[in-house]
Design a protein around this ligand. Structure first.
Ligand SMILES: Cc1cc2nc3c(=O)[nH]c(=O)nc-3n(C[C@H](O)[C@H](O)[C@H](O)COP(=O)(O)O)c2cc1C
Length: 182
């Protein structure tokens, strides 16, 4: 069974570092058999006002969420939470998230790796009907993990490849279980 996984970049900050983690995760996912990855950049979408009324949606984002069998959210931590642009994307749809699994990656330039952003995402995504995986991946001190061109430094490669393989396995497994009855 083939699966479509939407990898969500969690911020529109111009100098965002977390985009390197999101692109790395997307590239990793593209190497998995029968998995299609859509890398979703909130900068590419326009949401008029808040909420999920028809005029507040971006039809291109609606289409992606309809198509996705699973989500992988990559969030930086802003003031011990997740960015507003990520919340805006989550808010704009409801039914299209229901009964689909979601994995998280947290990012920070300090010690905590975005763990508070991920923990604060859990109650919000639970309300959308997304099914949360029981562990996450963290990128503390992101500036040490990736080079300017986005490639991962050799010291970190094995560790993150191992963690990503395990988390994608779980995400794809849940996506398969939930797809048929949905
Ligand atoms: C508005 C703002 C608030 C932030 N708050 C936190 C925070 O509460 N905890 C933390 O570990 N890092 C915080 N950071 C630093 C981020 O961890 C850092 O910018 C990192 O590179 C990931 O975010 P980025 O994708 O925007 O670069 C904050 C950054 C911004 C721009």
């Amino acid at each position: 069974m083939s699966m479509t996984i939407a990898v969500l970049i969690g911020t529109t900050r111009v100098q965002r570092e977390s985009v390197k983690a999101a692109k790395y995760i997307a590239e990793f996912g593209r190497r998995i058999e029968n998995v299609d990855i859509i890398l979703v950049d909130p900068m590419d979408f326009t949401f008029h006002g808040d909420g999920n009324d028809p005029e507040g949606k971006d039809p291109r984002y609606t289409e992606i969420t309809e198509k996705a069998d699973a989500f992988f959210i990559v969030t930086p931590e802003y003031n011990h939470s997740f960015p507003g642009s990520l919340k805006r994307m989550l808010d704009s749809e409801l039914a299209n998230y229901n009964h689909k699994p979601v994995a998280f990656a947290g990012v920070s330039n300090g010690n905590w790796g975005g763990v508070r952003a991920v923990e604060s995402l859990v109650p919000a995504v639970r309300e959308t009907g997304l099914v949360v995986m029981s562990w996450d991946i963290y990128f503390p001190y992101i500036q040490n993990i990736f080079a300017d061109d986005g490639s991962i430094h050799a010291d970190y490669k094995e560790r993150y490849e191992k963690q990503l393989a395990k988390l994608f396995d779980e995400l794809v497994w849940f996506a398969g279980i939930l797809k048929t009855p949905r």
